[in-house]
Design a protein. Structure first.
Length: 101
């Protein structure tokens, strides 16, 4: 991490257009999160996260890894991927203009 807390340099910043399907999924996710916010009531922590706990809190690294392992098993895939590898694979596919399936 850099001195000012930012991990990106000016040169490393870029904008990648999202496919319509990704935008639709994110909109649906935001609506579902709104329902979670209502259910949580006073327990909700408004941290403005896209992905968070059922009370709006930041996800821990361990909980993200556990959720990924469950998803991989559900998809009948070996639980060998890490969140970082998936992030880099997705960005590579998006940068190349290929559909991320």
């Amino acid at each position: 991490m850099r001195k000012n807390g930012d991990t990106k340099t000016k040169k490393s910043r870029r904008t990648i257009a999202l496919p319509d399907e990704v935008v639709r999924v994110l909109i649906a996710h935001r609506e579902k999160q709104g329902q979670q916010r209502e259910r949580a009531g006073d327990k909700w922590q408004e941290l403005n996260r896209v992905f968070c706990t059922r009370h709006g809190a930041e996800l821990s690294a361990g909980s993200v890894r556990r959720s990924l392992t469950v998803a991989l098993r559900f998809a009948d895939l070996p639980p060998l991927w890490t969140p970082r590898e998936l992030r880099h694979s997705f960005v590579s596919l998006m940068s190349a203009g290929l559909p991320a399936k």
